[in-house]
Ligand binder design. Sequence first.
Ligand SMILES: [Zn+2]
Length: 261
Amino acid sequence: MLIIDSHLHFDENVDGTAVGAAHELDRQLAKAGVARAVALHLEFQPWSAEEFAEAVATTERIKAFVNLHPDRPDAVSQLRYAIEKLGYIGLKLHPRLQDFAVDSPSTVRLVQAAGDMGVPVLIDAFPDGVHLMQGFHPVRYAILAKQCPQTRIIWAHMGGHYVLDFMMLAKRLPNVFFDISYSFLYYRKSSIPADMVYAMHSMRFERIFYGSDYPDRPIGLSLQQSMDSLVTQGLSNEQLAKIMGSNVCEFFGWADLIDSV
Ligand SMILES: [Zn+2]
């Protein structure tokens, strides 16, 4: 089965360098049989977009999204630079940690620009206590997506415990996708994973991607626990294959991996 990890990060605690983090990540991915992974650069980590891109370029297996703050005046030109010169394949936005409004004019402008450049945008959609107090609401994500119909947007973590609201919105927004990272294992002992699987069924197992949010857990452990749980929840092999790799492979148009299936 083709396995692609659509959402992970570099671990700052390998040797402190981006190259060291990339190599350790690549080693774990290879060992776990993960064919490709999308690493999300983060502004609050100790590496510049250039350093991060250089580290990513040392491996075949890892692609990357750049993290920018939508309120910076040069956000659109910085995104163009990251895509065209540094080799990034998408934009990562983190409204909670970067503290900006999902539906603000500057966010809309940057997300529209990503669509014009033909790259997707991944937005953190995990409602922890901080994010809730900042005014987190699924509708604000929908307002952004509706104003950017040319941009493919991934709602990361499937909206956490708001998964059913996000699912209902996604049904009216064809440019929206999900990853299941973090939430699926974080809420393990609750009813949320069953709701996430319900949402998968309701969306016919389309537009939903596996992700680990490494270094939350080691790559192999996240993969094993996620697959075990999905199988326990009754997914067929065909349904599992869509979530674990083929949906996201199609999303990015990675023909080399499609051929290898
Ligand atoms: Zn993450």
